[in-house]
Design a protein around this ligand. Structure first.
Ligand code: ZN
Length: 280
C-alpha cells in the first residue's frame, strides 16, 4: 500500500495512506541502501504488520526543513515593514526552481503602502506574472486555498511579512504561531521542532517556517542560470553564454534587458547571485 510519511517521532513513522494514518516501523534495509526515510517520502507499507517496505524515488529533498517531495513553495512577500525585496524574492525563486519546487507568490500589506509605491511595485509584480508565476494578494483567501489541493507545499518569506496571520486567515483552526514557537517553548532552551505534514485544503502543508537555507553557494553557475526561467527562451549566439561579460551583440538576454523585456532588477539579482557564488 502506498502512502506518504507525514511525521517521524524517534523510530515511529506516521504514514498517511488515503487519509488514514498508520504508525509504522522501518526496516534495516534502508540503512544498507543509505536511505534515511524523511517526512514527505512516499513509501510502500505493509498495513498488517505496519512496516515500511520501500521508499519511492524522490522528486526533491531539502535539508532545512528536512523534507522530501515538495511540490510548491508559497513565498509570502510584504510590500512594507519589511520592505518589498526583489533580491530575496529572486533568491527564493531561484532555490525553488533549482529544487523543482513551483514558486507561488503571496503579497501582503498592500493596504499600508502609498499609491505611488503600489504603482511602482505593481509593474514588477506584473512582470512575475508574465513570466509564468502565480501571484496572489493575501485578501484573495479562496484563490489561495485552491492552490493546496493534491500538493505538498512549503512556505517561506521575510520575518514579519505576515505568514502567521495569512495562515490563520486561511484556516483559524491551524492556530499558527510562525516564528513565535521558540519563544513560546522557553527562552534560551534548546528547542527541537520536528517537521510535520499537515492536511490542508486537500493537500499537505509542511508545518515549519523553514526553507531557511537561502545560501546559493552550494549551487553551480549553470543551476543559477537555469533558475531564471525567462532567460531560457533567449537563444544567444553561444549556447554556453552566461549573459555576463559576453558582448551584447552575441547575448540575447542582455539585449532583452536593454530593451526592458527583462526587468533590470531580475538581471541585477542574477549577476549578484553569480558573484556571491564566486566569492565562496
Ligand atoms: Zn547570453
Amino acid at each position: 500500500m502506498k502512502g506518504q510519511i507525514v511525521k517521524i517521532l524517534s523510530n515511529l513513522y506516521f504514514v498517511n495512506c488515503d487519509g488514514e494514518v498508520y504508525e509504522c516501523h522501518s526496516r534495516g534495509i534502508f540503512r544498507n541502501k543509505k536511505i534515511t526515510p524523511v517526512v514527505g517520502d512516499y513509501c510502500i507499507i505493509n498495513k498488517e504488520d505496519k512496516y515500511i517496505l520501500d521508499i519511492l524515488p524522490r522528486k526533491n529533498f531539502l535539508i532545512r526543513p528536512l523534507v522530501a517531495n515538495v511540490d510548491q513553495g508559497l513565498i509570502v512577500t510584504s510590500l512594507k515593514t519589511p520592505d518589498f525585496s526583489t533580491n530575496l524574492l529572486d533568491k527564493l525563486i531561484a532555490i525553488m526552481e533549482i529544487n523543482k519546487i513551483t514558486p507561488v507568490i503571496c503579497i501582503t500589506k498592500e493596504d499600508i503602502v502609498t499609491d505611488e509605491i503600489k504603482k511602482e511595485i505593481k509593474s514588477i509584480i506584473e512582470y512575475y506574472k508574465e513570466i509564468g508565476y502565480s501571484v496572489f494578494y493575501n485578501y484573495e483567501i479562496e484563490k489561495i486555498k485552491s492552490i493546496f489541493k493534491d500538493k505538498t507545499t512549503v512556505f517561506t518569506g521575510q520575518t514579519g511579512a505576515g505568514k502567521s496571520s495569512l495562515f490563520n486567515k486561511l484556516d483559524p483552526s491551524l492556530n499558527f504561531t510562525v516564528g513565535e514557537v521558540s519563544n513560546a517553548l522557553g527562552r534560551g532552551k534548546h528547542t527541537t521542532r520536528y517537521v510535520e505534514l499537515i492536511s490542508l485544503f486537500g493537500g499537505k502543508l509542511v508545518d515549519t517556517p523553514g526553507f531557511s537555507s537561502i545560501d546559493l553557494s552550494i549551487y553551480s553557475e549553470e543551476d543559477i542560470k537555469n533558475s531564471f526561467i525567462e532567460f531560457l527562451k533567449y537563444k544567444c549566439k553561444y549556447s554556453d553564454c552566461m549573459h555576463t561579460n559576453e558582448d551584447i551583440s552575441c547575448c540575447e538576454v542582455k539585449k532583452a534587458v536593454s530593451n526592458n523585456e527583462i526587468i533590470k532588477s531580475r538581471y541585477d539579482d542574477y549577476i549578484k547571485f553569480l558573484e556571491s557564488i564566486h566569492h565562496k
